[in-house]
Design a protein around this ligand. Structure first.
Ligand code: BDR
Ligand code: CA
Length: 322
């Protein structure tokens, strides 16, 4: 099967980094560009992290385009308490050897699908600020992509940043609302934190396996997720740390991993108490569905893809400070 042409929008922190490895090194993805946005970390830090991650996969040739530095109407509330001050577990990663591009992310999100109509799959792993800004300029943007997959929301209303809010939607709910208003279920699929919580948790045995693989990519993936492992233990109570962005990327690369999905009409709350909560209307009288929501994936298939990919040999990862 030919590799899937991809644009990836990321606020690169430690789980985005693993998703980038999957897209860059599994043989299933053909990354045409990575666009970055403020979220887990400020946009400059996320851009640096994207470059480091791609270099770890041996891909210093993929262009990385910095985008919006803050949400549409709100101040940036980053997730550095989750992923570390540098978003990568604060293990002292050295600077990447490649530099980012000067063309703004929003320009890339607009121009690439115009130049390659119907060819590109967009995968978003971050607050939807860049995508919403692009939609304000081109309301038909989604029709120009082959498909759009978003790691966004929590369809079971169990949040990770608030009681009912998932971080990417909570961080910029106005942007997420613009995305839902422009979406159709044949073009736009959301993979929420509920999927990650159920089917993408790295148990202690999985973490040990990752560490034991011993390749540069596996060691990198293991080390950068140490901070998030502590946070998961203390806050989510899961049996390990979860991998929301990698499981969303896996769905884009291998849709046959999906075991349960639904179509529904979804709106996003911008009210203070329920900021970023998905409002899912499943009544018979609801408006026509605007999103496809993935609800479960094959956990074993996802983990096999992950372990197989990071187990392949790429050039040595940038050495971390002792
Ligand atoms: C999302 O928020 C970030 O912390 C992760 O990178 C992921 O994109 C999960 O809610
Ligand atoms: Ca992310």
């Amino acid at each position: 099967m030919p590799a899937l042409p991809l644009i990836i929008d990321s606020d690169t922190g430690s789980d985005d980094a693993v998703a980038l490895l999957l897209a860059a090194a599994s043989g299933l993805g053909d990354i045409r560009a990575v666009t970055t946005v403020a979220g887990n970390v400020p946009v400059g830090t996320g851009t640096r992290n994207a470059l480091i991650s791609l270099e770890t996969a041996g891909r210093t040739d993929i262009p990385v385009h910095p985008g919006c530095a803050r949400p549409m109407t709100r101040m940036l509330s980053s997730a550095q308490h989750v992923h570390g001050e540098d978003g990568m577990g604060d293990i002292g990663l050295p600077d990447p050897s490649a530099s980012c591009e000067s063309t703004h992310a929003v320009e890339v999100l607009l121009s690439q699908p115009r130049e390659n109509p119907g060819e590109l799959t967009l995968v978003t792993l971050a607050p939807l600020t860049n995508v919403a800004a692009a939609l304000l300029r081109d309301p038909d943007l989604f029709t120009r992509y082959r498909h759009v997959y978003c790691m966004a929301g929590a369809a079971d209303l169990r949040g990770n940043i608030s009681a009912t809010g998932e971080f990417n939607v909570w961080a910029d709910p106005e942007a997420a609302k613009i995305v839902t208003q422009a979406a159709t279920p044949d073009k736009v699929t959301w993979i929420g934190w509920d999927v990650s919580r159920k089917d993408a948790v790295m148990t202690p045995a999985d973490q040990q396996h990752l560490e034991n693989i011993g390749t540069p990519m596996a060691t990198f993936a293991h080390r950068i997720n140490r901070t998030v492992a502590d946070w998961a233990r203390d806050v989510t109570g899961l049996a390990g740390y979860d991998l929301p962005d990698p499981v969303a990327m896996a769905v884009a690369l291998k849709p046959d991993l999906i075991t349960e999905q639904e179509q529904a009409y979804v709106d996003i709350s911008v009210a203070d108490e329920t900021r970023g909560q998905m409002i899912i209307d499943r009544r018979v009288s609801a408006p026509a569905p605007n999103l496809t929501l993935v609800r479960r994936v094959a956990e074993a298939g996802f983990k096999k893809l992950l372990f197989d990919t990071v187990g392949t040999l790429a050039p040595p990862a940038p050495a971390a400070a002792p």
